[in-house]
Design a protein around this ligand. Structure first.
Ligand code: FES
Length: 574
């Protein structure tokens, strides 16, 4: 026997059997018209599809999957598309984040339980990207990512209109009496006018960039607009490549290394990426067994400059980013800081992929030594108010508020906030610090994107557009402001946040990485003795989630999902 002969592919333990089980695995599949030779031992490629009409950002994924299939067939593979739970950021209540871990379980078991040798992950809307990466990481087959691409730039009254970012801006203008409701409503059809995901540097574009920076996708993946013909070409090339990855046994764990995560953290700083990337990358690292900590974000990224002039921190949109050179152009600028020998999905290293990468528009992608913003990466705060850490994105904050001491105005939950924020009698001004509780992983539950609380109308009317806001919530990647997020432990887990009262003084000092509640330990102990907690869910996914979800500084994964279970399922179904 030839000792170099490769063992049969995993799928052959389904399709390669000459017995009753093999008959069943093949025969039922043949009802879809597949010819005999597709079961002959060639790589079977699962195409993990998050298409759903309720996830509009992924609404074009059936079409995209067809181009992946073309590529798989061309390379001699057998593509099989399968659906997994899809998470539409704009529709799902109480928040899509509540279901990220659930979707990841669906992905993990759908990959492991089926005859796949390699997987293509079709990802777009915010949570679909981390959910698929997490699930795939827990299996560790050869895996490649394909993002759906951003929408074309929104256009309204002769100007660009960015997803999310412009919603926050315009709704504040309506509340301040500077825009009519009719104008606001007419912007709806102008903002989202093509297929694709949000076209600001929000969470979807950030995570698509992370997929590329991690090396899980082919170069160029992040920025090609969804409707650009080059997106379907990318899909076809991705299909071709995954077949080769199976032949090379290029598993996810060879790509998702500590070096890859360090690269991604640095790239996130250079693109002014979303704070949500912190939670998602911590969770993905936990699945693949890479030790990554909250402080890595500060240590590796906080002093790096932002090179990308994109909303919400800047002016342009993803379409402009693609025409300027896309993510490779940014990575080229910081190549000297990256692990250039990190392996990527195309079989080349990061450094090899960045050879001969051009930059076409220097107003969009700035040079490293003339950045768009200096020291723009995510900062991690600590103090008695955030013992396990909190997150702030200084590039999206007001510089004059990065060191601030103010009187707390506390909202116990999101309902109380919505009820009271418009009250003209609310005792609040622009020097106060708005504090929102019970919006963390356990408290909401699901850690909703409500941390960028709208300002009180009476403050807005003075022309003031930012105040310090702190919470255990997340914030949309399309949002901006001096917003402290992800406080850990959260209020519902008994963190100090639960004990803050209106009138307390809070000190924020981003340069010193400090978030301090100016209340004595004795007083806090007395308040803690009276703290009664919040009611917990009693059934279904909500209960399972709240019983097992970890705090934000660990990535908010379920404790029972950390790590992986490999690819083996020795027991057959009949
Ligand atoms: Fe889907 Fe923004 S709502 S990416």
């Amino acid at each position: 026997m030839d000792s170099k002969k490769k063992p049969p592919l995993r799928s052959q333990s389904w399709f390669g059997k000459a017995d009753r089980d093999g008959f069943m695995h093949r025969s039922w599949m043949k009802n879809q018209g597949y010819p005999e030779d597709l079961f002959d031992g060639r790589p079977v490629i699962g195409i993990c599809n998050t298409w759903s009409e309720l996830t509009p950002c992924n609404g074009h994924f059936r079409e995209l999957a067809e181009f992946v299939k073309r590529g798989v067939y061309e390379a001699g593979g057998f593509p099989l598309e399968f659906p997994v739970m899809s998470l539409g950021e704009t529709q799902l209540r109480p928040t899509a984040m509540l279901f990220r871990n659930l979707a990841s379980m669906d992905v993990e078991e759908s990959i492991r339980g089926n005859p796949s040798d390699g997987v293509v992950l079709l990802m777009g809307c915010d949570k679909t990207t981390p959910a698929l990466l997490m699930g795939a990481a827990s299996c560790d087959l050869p895996t490649i990512g394909l993002s759906g691409g951003p929408m074309l730039s929104g256009k309204f009254q002769g100007s660009d209109l960015g997803s999310g970012t412009a919603v926050w801006q315009m709704s504040e203008q309506v509340r301040a009496g500077k825009m009519t409701l009719e104008e606001f409503n007419s912007a709806e059809s102008c903002m989202h006018r093509s297929k694709g995901h949000c076209m600001t540097m929000g969470t979807a574009s950030t995570m698509a960039s992370m997929v590329e920076a991690l090396g899980v996708a082919l170069p160029g993946n992040a920025a090609i607009p969804a409707v650009d013909a080059r997106r379907t070409r990318q899909a076809q090339m991705t299909g071709r490549r995954i077949v080769e990855m199976v032949k090379e046994d290029l598993r996810l764990s060879r790509i998702l290394t500590r070096e890859a995560f360090e690269n991604a953290i640095k790239v996130n700083a250079a693109i002014g990426g979303s704070t949500n990337a912190v939670i998602h990358l911590l969770a993905v690292a936990g699945r693949i067994g890479v030790k990554l900590e909250l402080d890595d974000w500060d240590r590796l990224g906080s002093t790096l400059p932002c090179l990308l002039n994109l909303q919400p921190s800047g002016k342009y949109l993803m379409e402009d980013f693609y025409y300027a050179g896309g993510l490779p152009a940014v990575m080229k600028e910081i190549a000297h800081l990256l692990h250039r020998d990190a392996l990527t999905a195309n079989g080349r290293t990061v450094g090899q992929n960045l050879e001969d990468v051009p930059v076409w528009n220097r107003d969009v992608v700035r040079p490293f030594n003339e950045p768009f913003k200096a020291e723009a990466g995510i900062a991690i705060l600590r103090g008695n108010l955030a013992v396990n850490g909190a997150v702030i994105k200084p590039s999206a904050a007001s510089p004059q508020l990065l060191k601030h001491r103010g009187r707390a105005v506390v909202f116990e939950n999101i309902e109380e906030f919505k009820e009271r924020i418009g009250d003209e009698n609310l005792d609040i001004d622009e020097t106060c610090i708005m504090v929102l509780k019970n919006c963390g992983p356990r408290g909401y539950p699901g850690m909703a994107e409500v941390g960028n609380m709208p300002l009180p109308p009476k403050v807005l009317r003075k022309g003031i557009t930012d105040m310090v806001r702190i919470s255990d919530a997340r914030m949309s990647g399309t949002a901006y402001g001096t917003v402290v997020l992800h406080i850990s432990p959260e209020a519902a887990a008994g963190g100090t946040l639960a004990l803050v009262k209106t009138g307390d003084m809070i000190e924020l000092d981003v340069a010193a990485r400090r978030l301090h509640l100016d209340v004595s330990d004795a007083e806090l102990a007395s308040r803690r003795a009276k703290w009664s907690g919040v009611p917990a869910p009693t059934r279904g996914w909500y209960k399972l989630y709240v019983d097992h979800v970890q705090q934000a500084h660990l990535g908010a994964d379920l404790d029972i999902l950390v790590g992986g279970s490999g690819t083996d399922v020795p027991r057959d179904s009949h």
